[in-house]
Design a protein around this ligand. Structure first.
Ligand code: GLA
Length: 457
């Protein structure tokens, strides 16, 4: 893959982006980005003329509590290293009388650039509302943002296809469809034809695995295939396998993060390769689903680290920055306020090794309160908590600053096992402000707040 060193910022735009995992991202018009199960790709044609442009495609779940029909595949564009996203409209629109009508299920859209035809090819999971169809759909466009023209929906090489991803090897330009098949029991890898519009042969089949949400990166000559165990719209402990060829043999799986962290409450959607002038960085792009309210699902961007022995780990952080020109990334600094710090709080011992060993046990009448003594301005507050509730249950945090409610309070999801998770809350603080965190819909389950980490935006 070519890499262009930016000689002037006007050519390449601002390059650095700060990610605060699981915040609600908005586009440049202030609307929440609806591009779940998506893909983010760099425009190689723009890169050839020195511009760094990124496009994000995904599912629009804005009206979905569960299934609510196909609303189209939105497309967003970033010229500033993924720091801001312009909404460009629908790349693929529902079309009456075709398999992508508004009663279709269209999930996990992915886009490839086919250099031979100078054409963009979109692949997606195509289904009906009871998931009985189990096909892939393919659409093409001469421009990256679309509109894409639907070609067909089909069973790849006669097999069912549910969750899927695509991967284009940057060294050979060979492209692959990775798809869950046989009622999810098996995960197959199929080589695409040289137009990228069809499959030619299954080159590997993982049997009896029940895996979903595949994504691939290549580090030196090793392929890493990331998948999630099947469990509906819910986080699971995502895993990866390695191989020196897409046709295997593939290694046994390893977990990306501690089992009980459930991939920091996310599910893989796509994995980005940032080829910078100084280093190559791999970015995990996951969904934090809320299965009961799909529209309030958020996104999780985290760095993937690979050590000298080839072990890959998802780096857990509440905030980090990435320079897409150099490929360099770093954790952002923050101020911690722990439950243990204030003698005026009623605390309990925390059930893991939280800082200071104390936490506030939240009920409908307890709060976690502190007075901010840092700088004035916009912040992201990452609430550090454990929540041992039932699988896939959500609670809302209520936050006030100086007695005024902060809008858009995030959901905190059950972690089932005890593991400190983070819930991000954007807010504006001034020195001396009292911040009060409460639970809006406590259900009797154990919720411990161990502290907050405050990042300066
Ligand atoms: C899993 C898959 C999603 C979607 C849902 C439907 O979560 O990963 O892409 O198909 O199941 O329940």
């Amino acid at each position: 893959m070519a890499s262009i060193v930016c000689l002037a910022t006007f050519l390449c735009g601002a390059a650095s982006v700060s990610f605060y995992p699981n915040t609600n991202l908005t586009d440049t018009s202030g609307n929440i980005i609806q591009a779940h199960g998506g893909t983010i790709i760099q425009d190689q044609n723009a890169l050839a003329s020195g511009a760094t442009t990124w496009y994000w495609f995904g599912q629009d779940d804005s009206t979905d509590t569960d299934f609510d029909g196909f609303l189209g595949v939105p497309c967003y564009k970033s010229d500033d290293g993924m720091a801001s996203w312009d909404y460009l409209g629908l790349a693929l629109s529902p079309t009456a009388g075709t398999a992508i009508s508004d009663d279709a299920v269209v999930e996990r859209p992915k886009v490839l650039y086919n250099a031979k035809n100078d054409e963009y090819v979109m692949w997606f999971h195509l289904d009906n509302s009871d998931y009985g169809l189990a096909e892939v759909g393919v659409a093409t466009s001469s421009s990256i943002e679309g509109p894409y023209t639907f070609l067909s929906g089909f069973s790849p090489l006669g097999h069912q296809s549910r969750d899927m991803g695509v991967y284009q090897d940057p060294d050979t330009d060979e492209a692959y469809l990775i798809f869950a098949t046989d009622d999810n029991a098996n995960l197959a890898i199929a080589l695409l034809n040289d137009d990228y519009t069809n499959t030619t042969e299954v080159v590997y089949n993982f049997t009896d695995v029940y895996w979903e949400a595949p994504g691939v990166i290549k580090n030196d000559d090793t392929f890493y295939l990331i998948v999630s165990p099947q469990n509906g719209w819910t986080p699971t402990a995502n895993i990866y396998m390695t191989a020196s060829s897409m046709s295997g043999p593939w290694s046994d799986y390893e977990e990306l993060a501690p089992t009980e962290a459930y991939t920091y409450l996310s599910q893989n959607a796509y994995d980005l390769t940032i080829v910078g002038s100084e280093e190559t960085t791999f970015v995990y792009f996951g969904d934090r689903w809320n299965g009961d309210e799909l529209f309030s699902s958020t996104y999780s961007f985290l760095p993937l680290e690979i050590d000298s022995s080839g072990t890959m780990t998802l780096h857990n952080t509440g905030g980090w920055s990435l320079d897409v020109e150099t490929g360099a990334w770093a954790d952002l600094s923050y101020t911690s306020i722990t439950a243990a710090e204030s003698s005026s709080r009623t605390t309990v011992s925390c059930t893991d090794d939280c800082s200071g060993g104390k936490a506030v046990s939240m009920t409908d009448s307890t709060t976690f309160t502190f007075t901010w003594d840092g700088s004035d301005g916009d912040k992201i507050m990452q609430v550090q908590y454990t929540y041992s509730g039932s699988d896939n249950s959500f609670l809302n945090l209520g936050v006030t600053v100086g007695g005024v409610a902060v809008a858009g309070n995030v959901l905190i999801e059950s972690t089932i096992a005890v593991y400190t998770q983070q819930a991000p809350i954007p807010l504006t603080l001034s020195e001396g402000d009292e911040v009060v965190i409460s639970l809006l819909n406590w259900n009797g389950d154990s919720v411990l707040i161990e502290g907050v980490d405050i990042y300066v935006e």
